[in-house]
Design a protein around this ligand. Structure first.
Ligand SMILES: [Zn+2]
Length: 299
């Protein structure tokens, strides 16, 4: 799933591609993408004749602003936008087409069909789902060390699922949570209330630095992510924990280990990110069992 840096990259490319273009016609091939209104004819009627002014972002949601209406779009697993000339053949899995008066069209393609689109009167999007319950925006002025510490509060939840919770902080998914926790030396199974003030500050800066570096690199192209112009991001070459199971930690050389935390595949350096009491023994026991199995296998 695209995370903040990938959605931000899509936002930038889309903004350059469609700002100033006027919609002449909208074709909906897969109504289930539409959430509000969910009727394709009503959806099209609202958009036809309107002009895209700018593309913004809130968390992992795109906000496509038009004159008099806001389109809120979530790409979910594999949603993609692309600008085409009308005569170009329409690729399979193209579900929504915004035809422009200049002979080009914006096409929304989504192999997994999990993406969503909502239309709102300008400003109304903030008081209704899906944007009304979102947490802190990490690359904005509201994200201060104090606001972050307050959002973590005295929660006894493990830090990784807490950072993935979009009602606490937006934009982070599995990749950038693993990266930020590795960069700040915090084990994903630590509870939020066990973090010291200094650890919270390290994590705060790690989140900002990781996201900024990834935005600069155009996001990470793991799985099928490409930006609005079909280009891949480059940050996957700079990941230090995510997807590097068995490879040496850049800081200490110990192999990165993979486990499951909160149901998600999780990448950790066992030396740089000290596990909380109890988990450590479990890991040792797991390794002991692995050795035992290998020995058994040789007999
Ligand atoms: Zn390490």
């Amino acid at each position: 799933m695209p995370e903040l840096p990938e959605v931000e990259t899509v936002r930038r490319t889309l903004n350059a591609l469609i700002a100033g273009k006027t919609i002449s016609e909208v074709t909906v091939n897969l109504p289930r993408i539409l959430q509000k209104p969910d009727d394709p004819a009503a959806f099209s009627a609202i958009l036809e004749g309107r002009t895209f002014t700018t593309v913004e972002r809130r968390g992992k949601f795109l906000r496509l602003l038009l004159d008099g209406v806001t389109l809120v779009s979530h790409l979910r697993m594999e949603g993609r936008y692309g600008l085409y000339r009308s005569e170009e053949p329409v690729e399979p899995h193209t579900h929504v087409i915004f035809r422009f008066t200049d002979g080009t069209e914006l096409r929304y393609k989504d192999v997994r069909q999990f993406g969503t689109m909502h239309l709102f009167a300008p400003g109304e999007e903030w008081s209704a789902p899906p944007l009304n319950k979102l947490g802190l925006e990490p690359l904005s002025a509201e994200f201060t060390p104090e606001a972050f510490a307050k959002a973590l509060g005295k929660r006894t939840t493990k830090i990784k699922p807490l950072l993935l919770n979009q009602e606490v902080i937006v934009g982070l998914g599995n990749i950038y949570v693993d990266e930020a926790l590795h960069a700040s030396g915090i084990h994903p199974e630590r509870t939020a209330d066990s973090l010291t003030k200094r650890e919270k500050e390290k994590l705060y800066h790690a989140i900002i630095d990781t996201l900024n570096a990834a935005v600069e690199a155009g996001g990470s192209s793991v799985k099928s992510y490409v930006n609005g112009q079909g280009e891949m991001g480059m940050f996957q070459h700079r990941l230090r924990a995510y997807g590097r199971t068995g490879e040496p930690c850049d800081t200490c050389g110990r192999p990165i280990e993979k486990s499951v935390v909160g149901g998600r595949g999780t990448h950790v350096c066992p030396a740089c990110q000290r596990a909380p009491r109890g988990t450590r023994q479990t890991l040792k026991a797991a390794r002991g069992n692995a050795v035992k199995h290998r020995l058994d296998g040789k007999q």
